[in-house]
Design a protein around this ligand. Structure first.
Ligand code: NDP
Length: 332
């Protein structure tokens, strides 16, 4: 079985020489473990952080060891109660063809609701990130005008649609290509959207949100956060979810130059990590399954075929090759 291992740590943009696709033997699962043939694994921006040695909320990847991340697959051997050969499961040992997973770290999934890969996106941690960030962290309420950056990405596309479904007065998104902007307007029902590469974010946001914004869901940081501070109405709330514009920076990046607006506008800016909000899972699954069943919630996937293309898929997510969730498929 093949797996991706980290062999050196990045400085700046990651490159292919930092990783190796290695062949490893497959053993019978240990007592209490299952063996899973992965059908799909997730590549995500936060993995850039795990390639570095710096302490963060997710442990750094170890050198010459397999990388980790979300995956779904089929049980091919089981020495654990409650799991049988043929079950479809989700777990955290992605980046490899076959995973030996402790039963406590695997969860059976219901593929009648959606295909297995959806549990890496809309029905998994990605969906919960959007849900918890918007409804709890940002304290969204009906009538709010919502701005989300990275809006054509996995989390961002769901944030905008969830805001619309819960009665936002206006949903505004930014993304990195004209085709993505078109998708936001025509596919996801955003009221306004712009390509941040076409001009200064502040000017484009002012035009897209003439009455200001009440909620900002930040996936990007940097210039986007500064622009949102400028566009906020009084008592605005920002959920700080990520800052992908600085993940590959090699020098400290300047903060927003207008942070004093937080005082004068009485803003609340709150960072969050999705795993602190697992108590919302039942509400999230109920709402999201309903929206999927009714067809009101659209979720795109960008699928890269083949484990050998897994690291390119990861680089692609950092560059913006994806619309919706970037997924590596091992079924071909
Ligand atoms: P996405 O699917 O949104 O993929 C990342 C996207 O970021 C790319 O598609 C690209 O789209 C955009 N991007 C890349 N560089 C820049 C840049 N310099 N400026 C603006 N946009 C850029 O990934 P996810 O949905 O998985 O994650 C979105 C954010 O949420 C990330 O910041 C991630 O770290 C964070 N996150 C945080 C969690 C938490 O618990 N706090 C949990 C999960 C994710 P484009 O073409 O538009 O540039």
């Amino acid at each position: 079985s093949r797996e991706w291992q980290l062999v050196a740590r990045p400085h700046g943009w990651p490159t292919k020489d930092l990783v190796a696709l290695r062949e490893v033997p497959v053993a019978e699962p240990a007592d209490g473990h299952i063996l899973v043939r992965n059908t799909h694994f997730s590549v995500d921006p936060y993995m850039r952080g795990r390639m570095s040695a710096a302490k963060s909320y997710a442990a750094p990847y170890e050198l010459d060891r397999p990388m980790h991340g979300g995956a779904v697959g089929e049980v091919i051997a089981s020495r654990a109660e409650g799991f049988a050969v043929g079950d479809t499961v989700t777990h955290g040992l992605g980046w490899r063809e076959i995973a030996e997973v402790p039963a406590g770290e695997a969860r059976k999934i219901d593929t009648s609701l959606a295909p297995a890969s959806a549990y890496l996106g809309v029905l998994g941690m990605i969906g919960l990130t959007a849900y918890a960030g918007l409804f709890r962290v940002a304290g969204f309420k009906e009538g709010d005008a919502v701005f989300v950056s990275g809006a054509a990405g996995a989390v961002g596309g769901l944030v905008g649609q969830m805001a619309r479904l819960k009665g936002a007065s206006r949903v505004i998104g930014s993304a990195g290509s004209d085709a993505k902007v078109e998708r936001l307007l025509q596919g996801y029902g955003f009221d306004a959207a712009f390509n941040y590469k076409n001009g200064p974010v502040a000017a484009q946001l002012a035009e897209a949100a003439p009455d200001g914004i009440d909620v900002y869901f930040d996936n990007v940081g940097g210039e986007h956060l500064e622009a949102a501070l400028g566009a906020f109405n009084d008592l605005g709330r920002a959920a700080l979810c990520g800052a992908i514009s600085v993940y590959n920076a090699t020098e400290p990046t300047p903060g927003p130059n207008n942070l004093t607006l937080a005082v004068t506008k009485r803003l609340r800016l709150q960072g969050f990590i999705v795993t602190d909000h697992l108590d919302l899972l039942p509400d999230f699954v109920r709402d999201t399954a309903g929206w999927l069943a009714s067809g009101e919630l659209v979720h795109d996937e960008t699928v890269v075929e083949g484990i050998e293309n897994g690291f390119d898929a990861f680089l692609g997510v950092l560059r913006g090759d994806n619309t919706g969730k970037m997924i590596v498929s091992l079924t071909g």
